[in-house]
Design a protein around this ligand. Structure first.
Ligand code: 6CM
Length: 267
């Protein structure tokens, strides 16, 4: 198709070509579009009653729904919204995506390895997670993509934040499970699968020409669906999730704020 497109300029003008080509680029592009269409939709915020608000701490709110699939495996989706001051969408997403700093904030993992660099913004990663008794240890292999999103691609607004300031930019990270030849299952390990999105939007206080860190706010929408890859006691799993997701969001955003506070603001 690529060869045909290059040779046929009429076709080329009609088809949207992704900015990079690799084995996961089409699927990743599709995932990004799907998350932009569904994840940031206001109805998904839990306001329609189908999501249970299980943790609220200032601006941070976490919701879940109880969902089981065949075999009684619990795959409860998680949805979190947060607003943080002083740090940008790019700073948050870059640090979430960057494997070099992963062990500085990610408290649930034991190891993290890059299986393949697909482009300067897409990688395949393999992680082992700390074992939680009585379940077997889990590992996961996933594509991780980092993108800046054009503002005209964002269908949904955040009225409260728009009262504060002007939407300046939007960044996201998408992590979803794939197979990779260098990520074979180790003995005793169970392969979990993930579908994670972190979508951040930065707002600059109305009327400010040369914004300082104190003039910006960033909204975060984080969603995660983990399939533990086999039966785990439901009660124990839900207890772990309800403890670990708020801990992750709090630890991670505080980590980014600390690392960026003395660096110059780059919008
Ligand atoms: O999104 C988060 N972290 C990212 C970078 O690490 C990445 C992580 C995916 C999480 C994969 C978890 C798989 C392991 C599940 C184990 C379940 C077994 C528990 C047994 C209990 C009895 O996207 C932050 C992730 C925060 C997770 C709480």
């Amino acid at each position: 198709l690529e060869k045909e497109l290059n040779e046929n300029s009429r076709l080329k003008s009609q088809v949207r070509i992704p900015t990079e080509h690799h084995v996961h680029s089409v699927a990743l592009d599709f995932k990004i579009r799907d998350h932009l269409e569904t994840t940031i939709a206001p109805a998904a915020k839990g306001e329609n009653g189908s999501w249970e608000l299980f943790c609220e701490d200032g601006e941070m709110k976490l919701f879940t729904r109880e969902i089981e699939i065949e075999g009684g495996v619990c795959v409860d989706p998680l949805r979190a919204v947060h607003v943080v001051d002083n740090i940008t969408a790019k700073e948050i997403c870059t640090r979430f995506w960057d494997t070099e700093v992963r062990l500085e904030w990610e408290l649930t993992i034991e190891t993290c390895r890059v299986c393949e660099v697909l482009s300067d913004r897409d990688v395949v990663l393999y992680q082992t997670h700390k074992r939680v008794w009585p379940a077997a240890q889990r590992d996961v292999c996933y594509v991780s993509g980092l993108r800046e999103i054009r503002l005209d691609k964002i269908a949904y607004k955040e009225p409260e934040l728009e009262r504060f300031g002007e939407l300046k930019n939007c960044w996201l990270v998408i992590n979803y499970s794939v197979d990779h030849q260098s990520a074979k299952l180790a003995p005793g390990m169970v392969r979990a699968t993930v579908d994670v999105a972190m979508i951040c939007r930065t707002y600059v206080r109305h009327g400010v020409k040369n914004p300082k860190r104190s003039d910006i706010k960033t909204s975060i929408v984080y969603t995660a669906t983990i399939n533990p890859g086999g039966w785990v006691p439901k009660k124990a799993l839900r207890t772990v999730y309800r403890r670990e997701y708020p801990r992750f969001l709090r630890t991670f955003t505080q980590y980014v704020a600390k690392k960026e506070q003395d660096l110059s603001l780059n919008l």
